[in-house]
Write a protein that binds this ligand. Structure first.
Ligand code: SF4
Length: 418
């Protein structure tokens, strides 16, 4: 079911106006943000030029899309400076950008105007293979620009008490994905190890491995079982490397010191991320009721700082679903207030060695916030610049989550400018 959200019903600056107002900010990153904010719709003409033998198509993912459908569409767009735009297919009635053909080439257009010529991601070679147990390898690891994404399980225990994060559709999407495409809800470590081995045969394509999943509350202590699952999978992946450590990222729940030490000592993991989603106590309580109940805003922050002692400055991060802090039931009356509060909290974390990245919030039909609207382009541009400036000020790297590895954070796209 789609939700009829119109993007131009409120007063806000257009792409051209934002680019003119912020000349220091790269236009192509502003284009990326606006495309993610409004989504894309593929014309029939452009789809006719997509070649599934050559282009990377959308593979199973933790979260759904704005059109609530699972269809064979390209995974991502590539701009001429190497910036990627992970696309969110969006019904045409919601005023998205169009992916069309202009002069026989893929192009982004808006209102009949050419915005940029684009390319599509090339398909990795392992996408055509299956594991020994018969699972398509594209269902085990999905490819980002130079990263393998492994979603080891796609259920989140916060949903059991109706305390899932309000922007999240993991459980509704997982059910749809299992029913329509047969994607397993939990991956076997053997399948993961075999897929990583196959993917790494493609010279130069992958330089990082990222694991993430929903939260698992079970265990002697909160999250113990979740940590067990990750250790098992990371150890299986590690069989493919001659060194103990390998470039990797885990995006998990907020672990205690014992759990963090286990992960560091027993696996090859090199970086740790745990998402606060919003940087404000009141917004956190409203947007993330499960995280708020089980750990709390200040507890979550404290655990991120503990992780710096183990993984090192610049190897610990937190992610925001930017714009949810402005959702109607939330904490801020204006974008100016939300921006100031978010950057102040990000600076507090940066001083302590934790880096902050954001993704553009997409209100999805399978989430609680399905009928709300994300923030203005100007807000997202200022947030990207502010987070990047903090990294520069505090000397924090973000190599494990930049445009080559992840490609989904407008703020870490700017790390190329340093
Ligand atoms: S922790 Fe929140 S965002 Fe992550 S899967 Fe669970 S409900 Fe979704």
């Amino acid at each position: 079911m789609s939700v009829a959200v119109k993007w131009r019903i409120r007063e806000e600056l257009s792409l051209d106006e934002v680019v003119e107002k912020y000349p220091r900010f790269p236009r192509l990153i502003a284009v990326k943000i606006d495309v993610q904010r409004r989504g894309v719709h593929y014309t029939e003409r452009s789809l006719g030029a997509v070649d599934e033998k050559v282009h990377q198509m959308r593979s199973p993912y933790l979260f759904g899309s704005r059109d609530g459908a699972i269809k064979p569409l390209p995974e991502s767009l590539l701009l001429r400076d190497g910036t990627t735009i992970l696309t969110d297919p969006t019904p045409q009635g919601q005023d998205p950008y169009l992916v069309d053909l202009v002069d026989g080439k893929f192009a982004l257009t808006d209102g009949g105007k050419l915005i940029e010529f684009i390319d599509l991601w090339p398909k990795p070679k392992y996408y055509d293979k299956k594991t020994s147990s018969g699972i398509p390898m594209s269902h085990v690891a999905s490819a980002r620009p130079q990263r393998l994404n492994i979603f080891q399980s796609s259920y989140c225990h916060f949903w059991a008490e109706d305390r899932g994060c309000r922007f999240c559709d993991i459980v509704t999407h997982t059910k749809q994905q299992k029913d329509e495409v047969g994607v397993p809800t939990r991956l076997r470590p053997e399948d993961v190890s075999e897929t990583v081995r196959e993917a790494l045969k493609e010279p130069g394509r992958f330089t990082n491995i990222c694991l993430t999943a929903g939260s698992v509350l079970k265990g002697e202590e909160l999250f113990d079982r979740e940590v067990d699952f990750y250790i098992e999978t990371l150890q299986a992946i590690g069989e493919n490397f001659a060194t103990k450590k390998f470039p990797s990222q885990l995006i998990g729940s907020a672990y205690n010191e014992r759990q963090l030490a286990r992960l560091y000592e027993q696996t090859g993991l090199t970086s740790y991320t745990s998402d606060l989603e919003v940087l404000d106590q009141r917004a956190f309580d409203l947007v993330c009721p499960g995280k708020s109940k089980w750990v709390g805003y200040h507890g979550w922050k404290e655990r991120l700082v503990w992780a710096v002692d183990i993984f090192g400055r610049g190897n610990v991060g937190t992610g925001l679903v930017a714009g949810t802090e402005l959702a109607q039931l939330s904490a801020f009356a204006s974008e100016d207030n939300a921006l100031a509060a978010t950057l102040a909290e990000a600076e507090d974390l940066a001083e302590k060695g934790v880096t902050t990245v954001y993704i553009v919030w997409v209100p999805r039909p399978g989430s609680y916030f399905r009928d709300q609207q994300n923030a203005s382009l100007e807000y997202y541009v200022q947030l990207a610049q502010g987070l990047h400036d903090l990294r520069a000020k505090y000397g924090l790297g973000v190599d494990f989550d930049d445009y080559r590895r992840c490609g989904n954070h407008p703020d870490s796209d700017l790390s190329r400018l340093l």
